[in-house]
Design a protein around this ligand. Structure first.
Ligand code: PEP
Length: 251
């Protein structure tokens, strides 16, 4: 059966020292709770190796926030999937709306990134979601279906089963505007249906689909209570151990 997952996305926040402190605090806090979900922190590239050294991998997973669409070579400034894996990280966020919007990521580049992540034993946390206009004009289900089909449906069922999906309505990210639990459930059930059509019910039932977008301790319980919401991808609220743990313990 699918896993519940709460993953933090630190984005471009914290210096190395601040990041190691925050990771240490989350790691300590996890010692005192019986978490009913897998817990992951996705941190800036510069922090990966140092954070890996201070966390217990049995309790806290580590991931990057992106990786390159090439393995190695003349791509100045890029960080490859093998480089990420060599730090000890085992997850990578791919297709975040900020990467799509500000860095021009397309389904074509994301396909490569997913393949390289999987080839290097990284679990992709693959983000999809509509912008406000698409929500308002009613095309949001179709938009998300297309994002999934274009980037992921060339994968074998075996490889698709290794993914975690994160539904992140762009209008809810960092805005304080959360999707209601019913809006999240509608989309998550729809996504599961899209997966079932392509890969069958078993693969669909085993895929963890996280919700992301202004998730916080006060709304996590209601969101996670929905049958197709298997956890959260957490931005702002992951930047303090207390609020992140408030979400982890919402299960
Ligand atoms: C995110 O960027 O993945 C996210 C969910 O951000 P926030 O929680 O701050 O809306």
């Amino acid at each position: 059966m699918r896993k519940n997952v709460v993953a933090g996305n630190w984005k471009m926040n914290t210096t190395l020292q601040e990041g190691v402190k925050l990771a240490t605090e989350v790691n300590e806090a996890l010692k005192n709770v019986d978490a009913k979900c897998d817990v992951v922190i996705c941190v800036p590239f510069t922090h990966l190796a140092s954070v890996n050294a201070v966390i217990d991998p049995a309790k806290l997973g580590l991931g990057a926030e992106n990786c390159a669409d090439h393995v190695k070579g003349a791509y100045t400034g890029e960080i490859s999937a093998p480089m990420v894996a060599s730090t000890g990280a085992t997850y990578v966020i791919l297709g975040h709306s900020e990467r799509r919007q500000y860095y021009g990521e397309t389904s074509e580049t994301l396909k490569e990134k997913v393949n390289l992540a999987l080839a290097n034993n990284l679990t992709p946390i693959f983000c999809i979601g509509e912008v406000l206009e698409q929500r308002e004009n009613g095309s949001y289900l179709e938009v998300v279906k297309t994002q999934i089909e274009e980037a992921l449906f060339d994968l074998s069922a075996e490889d698709f089963s290794k993914l975690i999906l994160a539904y992140e309505p762009v209008w809810a990210i960092g805005t304080g505007k959360t999707a209601t639990d019913d809006q999240a459930q509608e989309m998550h059930a729809f996504i599961r249906g899209v997966i079932a059509e392509k890969y069958g019910k078993e693969v669909a039932d085993n895929t963890s689909i996280l919700y992301g977008g202004s998730c916080k301790p006060s709304n996590a319980k209601a969101l996670f209570a929905k049958p197709d919401v298997d956890g959260g991808l957490i931005g702002g609220a992951a930047l303090e151990a207390e609020s992140f743990m408030g979400i982890v313990t919402a299960f």
